[in-house]
Design a protein around this ligand. Structure first.
Ligand SMILES: Cc1cc2nc3c(=O)[nH]c(=O)nc-3n(C[C@H](O)[C@H](O)[C@H](O)COP(=O)(O)OP(=O)(O)OC[C@H]3O[C@@H](n4cnc5c(N)ncnc54)[C@H](O)[C@@H]3O)c2cc1C
Length: 381
């Protein structure tokens, strides 16, 4: 594979960077402080195909490949992770529709999401079952030609702003092993019994919406099953590698944003009658930060190449490695960026404390660092 981005990829990077500079950076701090979801910005980003770049052109999207999507995500997060998360997650769960949905589902929802007129969410995690997805307790019980869904979903990105959700639930609660009895269901969020409570005490990515979802006798027609009944877990597994590569791109973007800020500050701040960027201690710090960002980026792009290809075991291994490496180093780079700023890095006047708080999520969602290590070790031993 080539380690060179194509001219098209570079053009995409440039376009997202311009959007980030002009539209995101000026309002990033305000959205973080006010925990404000960027509805207008999401619509603007949709006009430029940055909201759900993976949606195929026939459904109004840009049909970008995995590498191009990584570049979009990286640049959105480089400008600001909170806003980047809100914009880049507007189509959460839609990959399931693209890959396994019936034509009517795709026609009804994908063009709206791509246009920025609708938002989707992916309801997998529960209060008692996060890493152990197969342990979920939400149940979808058949009643005539409908399913009745009951359960609790936790930590749902876009929970209070979404128009539609892809809800994972047990359609065969007694199945052994348990992951065999899970299905994916399409649930419009205005369906009776779909109740949400916003979670607004997050450490970071505060512009991004997060909620607990309680499903209380939510009724959907039987045709709302996405793909095959009881095959939902296997369908979900198809997107683990792309999801993790996406989070790795988020981490790379946050790290690059923190590095940019540190470089700028090191070139301005003076102590002992010289720029702090002339001290060897600071120069070495910046050199290590830049090397780790580049290494994380290379591993992420390599994973993207495999995810785009055969969705083979190599894609799973590399995606986990990319997510693990990029997320751990993203937090470390943001930490060092604060150090370069001294006391000024500890307050919200500069963006580095935000990058530090924002980068932290990449070690948790789409499988924690510990789970990524389990996956990698399983493929070594
Ligand atoms: C901001 C945010 C957004 C999110 N968005 C979504 C979303 O849109 N949709 C959704 O469904 N979920 C979402 N999540 C949930 C996220 O995926 C889970 O938080 C994550 O999978 C971890 O699950 P948990 O929180 O239950 O932690 P737990 O699974 O309880 O883990 C606790 C600790 O135990 C460790 N651990 C658990 N099992 C093992 C093991 N087998 N080996 C070693 N260590 C282990 C973990 O690594 C962790 O350190 C989001 C979470 C956050 C915070």
């Amino acid at each position: 594979m080539s380690f060179q981005l194509s001219a098209e990829h570079e053009a995409i990077r440039q376009a997202v960077r311009e959007f980030g500079e002009a539209e995101m950076k000026p309002v990033a701090r305000e959205h973080d402080e006010e925990k404000k979801y960027p509805e207008d910005l999401r619509r603007k980003a949709a006009e430029l195909d940055f909201v759900a770049p993976h949606i195929p052109a026939e459904y109004g999207g840009a049909g970008m490949n995995m590498l191009a999507r990584c570049v979009v995500t990286e640049e959105l997060w480089r400008a600001d992770p909170g806003l980047g998360s809100a914009i880049g997650s507007a189509g959460f769960g839609s990959s399931m529709l693209i890959e396994y949905g019936d034509e009517w589902m795709k026609e009804e929802w994908l063009p709206q999401i791509a246009a920025g007129d609708a938002v989707s969410c992916s309801c997998i995690s529960e209060p008692a079952h996060g890493s152990n997805v197969a342990g979920m307790e939400t149940v979808a019980e058949k009643d005539g030609d409908e399913y009745v869904i009951n359960g609790n979903k936790m930590w749902i990105t876009n929970g209070t702003v979404a128009d539609v959700g892809v809800v994972m639930a047990k359609t065969d609660p007694d199945s052994e092993p348990p992951h065999r009895g899970i299905s994916a269901l399409l649930v419009p969020t205005d369906t009776d019994g779909f109740n949400t409570t916003k979670i607004d005490n997050k450490l970071g990515i505060r512009a991004s919406d997060l909620a607990e979802v309680v499903l209380d006798d939510v009724r959907v027609p039987e045709e709302n099953i996405i793909g095959e009944e009881n095959k939902g877990f296997y369908q979900l597994m198809d997107f683990f590698a792309s999801g993790r590569t996406g989070v790795a791109s988020q981490a790379v973007g946050a790290a690059q944003g923190a590095l940019d800020a540190a470089l700028e500050y090191a070139g301005e701040r003076e102590q002992f009658d010289q720029k702090i960027g002339e001290f060897q201690a600071i120069r070495h710090k910046l050199a290590e930060m830049a090397t780790n960002v580049e290494a994380a980026r290379s591993l992420t792009y390599r994973a993207a190449g495999h995810v785009e290809g055969d969705k083979d075991d190599e894609a799973v291994r590399l995606a986990s490695m990319a997510k693990l490496f990029a997320s751990e180093h993203s937090v470390d780079v943001a930490d060092e960026a604060i150090q370069v700023h001294g006391g000024a890095g500890y307050v919200s006047d500069h963006p580095v404390e935000r990058f530090y708080r924002d980068a932290r999520i990449t070690k948790i969602y789409e499988g924690t660092s510990e789970i990524q290590k389990n996956i990698i070790a399983d493929r070594l031993l």
